[in-house]
Write a protein that binds this ligand. Structure first.
Ligand code: GLP
Length: 259
C-alpha cells in the first residue's frame, strides 16, 4: 500500500520531503533526483534551500519529468526554464547534471529514447517527486497512458491545457504536445513521493490512492510501486476513506524508517 501522510500545510509537506532528500544525499552524494514542475513541488524546493546548509550538492544529478514540445527552451514557462529557476540555480546544482526532456522539434522522434538511456546511464532515479493533475495525470501521462509507457510524445488534454493556461497569456499559447517520462519510467524510480494540495486535487488523490488501478487515472500507477509516499494537506485528503488509518499509521511509524 502507498503510505499516505496528511500534513497541515503545503509548507509542512515541503519541510518533510526536503528532509528526506537531504538524508538521501547524505547517504549518497551522487543521488539522482526526479524533479517535477508545476506549483505543487515548490514548497519542497524552498525547504530544500533552507535545509541544505553546507551539504555538498555537486554530485547530485536530476531528471525532470516532462517538457512541452516545440516551446523555445528560453521561454520562461518551458520546463527547462522552470527547473533552472526553481531548482538548479537556487540550490547551486551543476546544470550539466540536471536534464530535462528535449522538446525541440528537431530530433523529437528519438528524444524519448535518448532520455531513457540517460536515466539508465545515471543508474536510475533514487527519489521521484510527483504532482498530480486534476484529471489524475502524473508527469504529463494523460488518462489512457500505458503503465508500461516510457518517455515519449503525448497530446495534452484540453483540461490540462486549461489548467496550465495560468502560466501563459492564454490557453491557446499552451503547447498541444509534450514529451514526458512514461508511467513505466516513473515506476522504475526507487522511491516515489507524490504531493498534492487543495480541494481541487481531492478527487484525483482519492482515485490514485484508493481507486482501482486503471490507465484512466494514471496516478493510480503508484499502487503498483513498492515504495510510494503520498503527502497531502487536509483539503487534498478530504475524499480519502481511510484518512484516519493513515494518520494513525504515520503517528506510530518507527522513526528509523524515514518517509
Ligand atoms: C502539470 C505537470 C505535472 C504536474 C501537474 C500538476 O501539467 N506536467 O508534472 O504535477 O500538472 O500541476 P500543479 O502542481 O501546478 O497543480
Amino acid at each position: 500500500m502507498a503510505e499516505v501522510v496528511i500534513v497541515p500545510s503545503a509548507a509542512a509537506a515541503g519541510v518533510l520531503v526536503a528532509a528526506e532528500i537531504v538524508a538521501l544525499i547524505r547517504r549518497n552524494r551522487e543521488s539522482v533526483l526526479g524533479l517535477a514542475t508545476g506549483s505543487t513541488p515548490l514548497p519542497v524546493y524552498e525547504a530544500l534551500r533552507a535545509q541544505v546548509g553546507d551539504l555538498d550538492l555537486s554530485g547530485v544529478r536530476g531528471f525532470a519529468l516532462d517538457e512541452y514540445v516545440g516551446i523555445d527552451p528560453s521561454h520562461p514557462e518551458s520546463y527547462r526554464s522552470v527547473i533552472t529557476r526553481e531548482v538548479v540555480e537556487p540550490l547551486g546544482l551543476n546544470p550539466a547534471q540536471v536534464r530535462v526532456p528535449d522538446g525541440s522539434l528537431a530530433g523529437i522522434e528519438h528524444a524519448g529514447e535518448d532520455y531513457e538511456r540517460a536515466i539508465r546511464d545515471a543508474g536510475g532515479v533514487d527519489l521521484q517527486i510527483l504532482g498530480i493533475g486534476t484529471d489524475g495525470h502524473i508527469g504529463f501521462n494523460e488518462p489512457g497512458s500505458s503503465f508500461a509507457s516510457l518517455t515519449r510524445v503525448k497530446t495534452l488534454t484540453q483540461q490540462t491545457r486549461a489548467d496550465n493556461a495560468r502560466f501563459f497569456d492564454s490557453v491557446d499559447d499552451v503547447p498541444m504536445h509534450c514529451i514526458t517520462q512514461g508511467l513505466g519510467t516513473i515506476l522504475r524510480a526507487r522511491h516515489l513521493v507524490l504531493l498534492a494540495f487543495g480541494a481541487g486535487k481531492a478527487a484525483a488523490v482519492a482515485g490514485a490512492v484508493e481507486g482501482p488501478v486503471t490507465a484512466s487515472l494514471p496516478g493510480s500507477a503508484i499502487q503498483l510501486h513498492p515504495h510510494a509516499t503520498i503527502v497531502v494537506d487536509e483539503a487534498a485528503a478530504a475524499d480519502l476513506r481511510l484518512a484516519d488509518y493513515y494518520r494513525y499509521t504515520f503517528d506510530n511509524k518507527p522513526a528509523w524508517q524515514g518517509l
